[in-house]
Design a protein around this ligand. Structure first.
Ligand SMILES: Cc1cc2nc3c(=O)[nH]c(=O)nc-3n(C[C@H](O)[C@H](O)[C@H](O)COP(=O)(O)OP(=O)(O)OC[C@H]3O[C@@H](n4cnc5c(N)ncnc54)[C@H](O)[C@@H]3O)c2cc1C
Length: 384
């Protein structure tokens, strides 16, 4: 993937936006355990940052996914993980299937306002009894005349408390589990929906909700693409989600290593900078090498995706590697910052908490390993 001056300009404008519109408010939003998604998304929409890879017809910039990846990496400038996560849900998790497979009418109604920052979206896949095993989800959407009637519960839904609409994965028939699902856009003000907030160890500024659907009636035209294709569409949508995760981890870990170097250069112990200890600068050099390797992998996966090749293997590897590297970098940095690393206010402890999600959300490390193993042909036959 070639980085052009346009990629660099875009990354600069994302970083400038984050410094002006996000970072000054992080402390308050973390304490409030929510941020004003509608206000911030409107500002991002006005700055053309929510539809980088989407069609100009719906207000996007019409650029390819490599630009979105570089912009997400630049979101690593954010001094918390919660806000970038919420933005990532809007740009790379609840909208790709709508953009790729939705009808023109549905895109006009839901994608266009999402790109403009006039609505907040969420993605409803996980349930209390089904996370890693997506195929086993229980929520149903049953045809009744021209409508679907939805019943079930969704769990861990980012933006769930504030969302105007949900891209929901539900069973629309009793058939085989990979062929009985559909993605449906559900307006969140429809009668029968209840939301409760979930408290978490990190990502505090991002609101996470449990959503309850009790005889929720939505028009049949809110179906994305074809009925029964939802599992396939969601697996494709996960590729963009996983590339988002790799890119955000990349930008964040890179910044944390840079800030750690600055801190350790200033911090003195035993008559010298902490950075002058070989055990420390060697470890940081090693981590930076790992970050560069992740950058190469993520960019290669993005380039494959853009060229129309199946990027599942490389995107899964990038997601896996990025979650593990986030844990390694934050653990090492907390150690090197000493007591300051343990203080809530420090950036390294912030991402020690926030970054832990990277190995769980959007497919846990073990799910990535099983996808990679399957594509390598090394899974035992009975589980293939
Ligand atoms: C803060 C947060 C935000 C989230 N946002 C969203 C969202 O917006 N929308 C959404 O739909 N979901 C969301 N999720 C859900 C997330 O995608 C799931 O938590 C994740 O997929 C794991 O599912 P689970 O929690 O049910 O864990 P489980 O499926 O119960 O798995 C638990 C653990 O078991 C291990 N495991 C799983 N499968 C295997 C295997 N085959 N072999 C070996 N070990 C295995 C893994 O270590 C895994 O972490 C969010 C989660 C969190 C915590």
């Amino acid at each position: 993937m070639e980085i052009t001056s346009l990629h660099e300009e875009l990354a600069d404008s994302v970083r400038a936006f984050v410094r002006k519109e996000i970072n000054p408010y992080v402390e308050k939003w973390e304490a409030d355990q929510i941020f004003p998604a509608h206000d911030l998304f409107k500002k991002m929409g006005d700055a053309d940052l929510l539809g980088i890879k989407y069609d100009e017809q719906y207000g996007g910039l019409g650029l390819d996914l490599t630009y979105a990846v570089v912009a997400t990496e630049a979101m690593g400038e954010s001094r918390c993980g919660g806000v970038p996560l919420a933005v990532g849900v809007q740009t790379d998790m609840c909208t790709p299937a709508l953009a790729n497979f939705g009808s023109a009418e549905l895109k006009e109604q839901f994608l266009k306002p999402a790109i403009a920052g006039e609505s907040v979206g969420c993605i409803g896949v996980s349930e209390p009894g089904a996370g890693s095993d997506v195929a086993s989800l229980r929520t149903t959407a049953v045809r009744d005349g021209d409508d679907y009637v939805i019943n079930g519960t969704k769990m861990w839904i980012t933006n769930g408390m504030q969302a105007d609409w949900c891209c929901l994965l539900a069973n629309t028939s009793d058939g085989p589990v990979h062929k009985n699902k559909s993605l449906i856009v559900v307006p969140m003000d429809t009668p029968g929906i209840e939301r409760t907030k979930i408290a978490k160890m990190g990502m505090h500024s991002s609101d996470t909700a449990q959503l309850f659907f009790d005889d929720v009636r939505v028009p049949g035209r809110n179906l994305i693409g074809e009925e029964g294709m939802g599992f396939i569409y969601q697996m494709k949508q996960f590729q963009e989600e996983r590339l988002w995760g790799a890119a955000w981890n990349l930008g964040t870990t890179d910044r944390l290593v840079t800030e750690t170097i600055t801190y350790l250069r200033d911090r003195k112990a035993f008559g010298q900078s902490l950075l002058d200890n070989q055990v420390i600068h060697y470890r940081l050099a090693e981590l930076r090498t790992e970050i560069e390797a992740l950058r190469a992998l993520t960019y290669r996966a993005a380039a494959d995706y853009v060229s129309g090749e199946d990027a599942t293997r490389l995107a899964s590897m990038a997601k896996l590697k990025s979650g593990r590297l986030m844990r390694e970098v934050t653990d090492a940095c907390v150690q090197f910052w000493g007591g300051m690393g343990f203080a809530n206010e420090s950036q390294v402890s912030q991402f020690y908490r926030d970054g832990r999600l990277s190995s769980i959300g959007g497919g846990a490390d073990e799910v990535m390993l099983s996808i990679i193993a399957k594509l390598e042909g090394t899974l035992p036959t009975r589980t293939r």
